[in-house]
Design a protein around this ligand. Structure first.
Ligand code: ZN
Length: 214
């Protein structure tokens, strides 16, 4: 895995594409080289396939961004990930989360705004501090982008201006206030809503109960 990381940096370079053939040619006789590449993702290396990036063919991958320096002393030689989440549990979590990313609300296959990149849902482990101070890890549905952190997007200023121009006078005044302050103020209820929305299902159920909902 360390050699694969160094090869990506030295030979491929961030932002560039490579094929499995190139990778295998670089490591002749090394078995499970694809798996070593996948292990890097557990160390925050972002390597896209054509599932994440439709511009790639099925034979190509793209080295998007480097992650932790796995070649340094003290870094584990392979991922020590938590036990895998089974398919049944995975479906339970996603359906309990209303089949959407709890961070941004996107649903599977829906395109991210301004792109033709379709969202995929995955399960993240979220530490939830419970009332009373005990924390536990709960599972929550997140999309591929929210899990890895958003990558740079090309901004479309004219589209933004067009949408701003289509606002009603009241909305436009509200927007102008936020723009002028370079800050949007949120009410306490809106803040709590945003926090609630990103909680795992069990924690959401606790808040529902607190609010007296069934
Ligand atoms: Zn998301």
């Amino acid at each position: 895995m360390k050699r694969v990381a160094l090869w990506l940096l030295a030979e491929v370079g961030e932002g560039n594409e490579f094929t499995k053939e190139q990778m295998r040619a670089a490591f002749p006789g090394v078995s499970q080289i694809d798996r070593r590449m996948r292990d890097l993702r557990s160390f925050d290396w972002r390597i896209d396939t054509n599932r994440e990036d439709p511009l790639l063919t099925s034979a190509q991958q793209r080295f998007v961004t480097r992650g932790q320096p796995v070649w340094e002393k003290g870094m584990p030689s392979r991922s020590k990930s938590a036990p895998a989440i089974g398919a049944v549990r995975r479906r339970e979590v996603i359906s309990g989360d209303s089949n959407m990313c709890r961070s941004c609300g996107i649903t599977p296959g829906q395109f991210y705004v301004g792109t033709f990149e379709g969202a995929q849902l995955d399960i993240a482990r979220r530490e939830v501090v419970l009332p009373g101070g005990v924390s536990e890890v709960q599972l929550v549905t997140e999309c591929n982008r929210c899990r890895v952190g958003a990558k740079e997007l090309a901004a479309d200023l004219s589209a933004v201006i067009e949408r701003a121009g289509a606002l009603s006078p009241d909305e436009r005044e509200l927007l102008a206030g936020w723009v002028d302050a370079d800050e949007r103020t949120f009410s306490t209820a809106e803040r709590v809503w945003a926090e609630y929305r990103a909680l795992p299902a069990d924690a959401r159920a606790t808040l529902r109960e607190f609010l007296g909902l069934a």
